[in-house]
Design a binder for this molecule. Structure first.
Ligand code: GLU
Length: 365
């Protein structure tokens, strides 16, 4: 049996549809503040343990952002790169059907890794518009492809850099991942005058200490499907990124990207977690002891779920961008100030705040 604690999970459901070869899992972690909210990812390796950790990150994320949602997450075990769009659609449809009883009453779905607008459209068709966010505009949605998560993560970087006295202009940045989060963070940071020196994707990393031109990189990615074809630059393995000499490191792709082995070689002054669970809390603590400032995932990457909230309430794109900026900036500063004052890690400070809201809601119910 999986571990549980005072907060959850409330439900773990494994779903299968042998007729189409679909295997998936849904974890509803905590619904004290509202229906469980969280994205669905499709990867070959996703499993209960990962989804459970991600669902917990959503519980804290929604609470800290002040949203009327609990935390949940789901995953489909499949390799999206090794299938036709038709096959992917079939699997997503089977997954949506399999969670029909729980959605939208206890779970509201959203995009996550390898799941975007087209898949949200399928889910809306099967389980209704209220069961999913990040939908296409014509369904009343605010697609996450508008860049909400990257926009929020950028503001977390901006506020945290200011907090530690690091001018963004000229600061060197490495970004892990050039998907829907990393692409936007890179764009906004370059516009703010930061110097992008390393970017990775699933095929490797491109490193150029002299600076990478964002528009050119974006064009290469679009045409050649990988950042490693960008020139000039050195192609390196992704696991070399934590050791690079940069001021700022932004994670924007896979879980557990930074491990305990990286702690001693990290030179970045600031790490902002645009991805979910890029390292464990104990690794964060070791880095913090070495003087690295970290903005935890559920503080930095809340932009996506804030966008989901605005969509759920029928709000506009303009309202979404404003709310993402306001909430993520405010919470980043609050968490860093509290951590400094109490001499605790930013995650510990943020967790205290997130827990308080849930416990209060529980008392009142
Ligand atoms: N996948 C995004 C996240 O991890 C969005 C979740 C949502 O909007 O429910 O925060």
């Amino acid at each position: 049996m999986e571990d549980v604690d005072d907060f959850g999970p409330e439900k773990i459901v494994e779903v299968y549809d042998p007729s189409v070869g679909m295997r998936g899992v849904l974890v509803i972690d905590n619904t004290a503040l509202g229906p469980g909210k969280g994205g669905i990812r499709m990867t070959p390796t996703v499993g209960i343990h990962e989804v459970k950790r991600l669902a917990r990150a959503m519980t804290w994320k929604c609470s800290l952002a002040g949203l009327p949602f609990g935390g949940a997450k789901s995953g489909i075990v499949a390799n999206p790169r090794a299938m036709s769009p038709k096959r992917k659609a079939e699997i997503v449809k089977a997954f949506a059907k399999s969670i029909q009883e729980l959605s939208p009453s206890r779970y509201i779905c959203a995009p996550d890794m390898s799941m975007a607008e087209p898949e949200m459209r399928i889910i809306a068709k099967v389980n209704g518009k209220k069961s999913v966010t990040g939908k296409p505009k014509e369904l009343g949605g605010l697609p996450h492809e508008l860049g909400s998560t990257g926009w929020g993560t950028f503001h977390a970087v901006r506020v945290a850099a200011k907090f530690i006295g690091l001018p963004l202009k000229g600061a060197t940045v490495a970004i892990e991942g050039f998907g829907n989060v990393g692409w936007f963070v890179a764009k906004f940071l370059c516009e703010a005058g930061a110097k992008l020196v390393a970017v990775s994707d699933s095929r490797g990393m491109i490193y150029n200490p002299g600076g990478i031109h964002f528009e050119e990189l974006a064009a290469v990615k679009k045409e050649k499907r990988t950042v490693t074809k960008y020139l000039p630059g050195k192609i390196m393995p992704n696991d070399a990124m934590p050791g690079l000499k940069v001021d700022i490191l932004v994670t924007a792709a896979v879980p557990d990207f930074i491990s305990v082995r990286d702690v001693k070689r990290i030179k970045a002054k600031l790490i902002v977690e645009g991805s979910n669970i890029p390292m464990t809390a104990s690794v964060e603590r070791l880095l913090w002891k070495r003087g690295v400032t970290i903005v935890p995932d559920f503080v930095a990457n809340a932009g996506g779920v804030i966008s989901s909230y605005v969509e759920h309430r029928g709000g506009s794109e303009k309202k979404m961008f404003k709310l993402v900026k306001d909430i993520v900036s405010k919470n980043t500063l609050k968490v860093l100030k509290e951590a400094k004052k109490e001499n605790i890690t930013p995650r510990e400070a943020a967790l205290d705040m997130a827990k308080q809201r849930i416990l209060k809601a529980r008392k009142q119910s």
